[in-house]
Design a protein around this ligand. Structure first.
Ligand code: IMP
Ligand code: MG
Length: 178
């Protein structure tokens, strides 16, 4: 395997500040809504696992955590255009307030597919999306996240949960990989 060069884009502390900011917005928006039932956070594996873990610990509201595993990437660095959903098992979430947590929105296919699936299956009371990173330049499906951390250019990023062929997820920072 050719050795990849990494250039740090966002440090650990920069990411932590952004996560806190996003959590604050989420708490403000959901504070009144979720009095009766907890907020359902659906984390998109694998990439969003670290972001989700940090985010929910900053959300000072009752949270129910669920996971799905879905992607449109495979091991390549460009979207395959095909949705792969090896794990799409959820309990009954009818009428709940649901927040999808994703690491990065790129072509938009993953989030768009998941939103449609959840809407069809559960008719949630509300359905929103939080992503740490948004690569608007590569969008192919018309989709907007409700909470966005960093707007990024068309780089391939790794670290903080994001991988390149399953490498680098454990890095505490986000780096450009080439
Ligand atoms: P989309 O369906 O094209 O929006 O792709 C979203 C998924 O592709 C994300 O959940 C990521 O797992 C993956 N992805 C997109 N861009 C990157 C990147 O720059 N680095 C690592 N994974 C990425
Ligand atoms: Mg992902």
């Amino acid at each position: 395997m050719k050795k990849k060069k990494l250039k740090i884009l966002y440090s650990k502390s920069r990411i932590q500040s952004m996560v806190k900011l996003l959590a604050k917005k989420i708490v403000t928006d959901y504070n009144k809504r979720t009095k009766s039932k907890s907020l359902v956070v659906i984390s998109v594996l694998k990439g969003a696992f670290i972001f989700t873990a940090d985010l929910i610990r900053e959300i000072k509201l009752p949270v129910q955590l669920e996971f799905v595993r879905i992607s449109s990437y495979g091991s390549s660095t460009v979207s395959s255009g095909r949705i792969d959903a090896p794990l799409l098992l959820l309990p009954n979430l009818s009428g709940r307030d649901i927040l999808i947590v994703e690491d990065i929105v790129d072509s938009g296919r993953t989030v768009s597919f998941l939103k449609e699936y959840i809407r069809d299956q559960y008719k949630p009371r509300s359905l929103k999306v939080a992503c740490l990173l948004n690569k608007e330049a590569r969008r192919e499906v018309d989709i907007k996240a409700d909470y966005v951390g960093f707007e990024v250019d068309d780089y391939f990023l790794v670290g903080y949960g994001l991988d390149s062929a399953e490498n680098f997820r454990h890095l505490p920072f986000l780096a450009i990989c080439d």
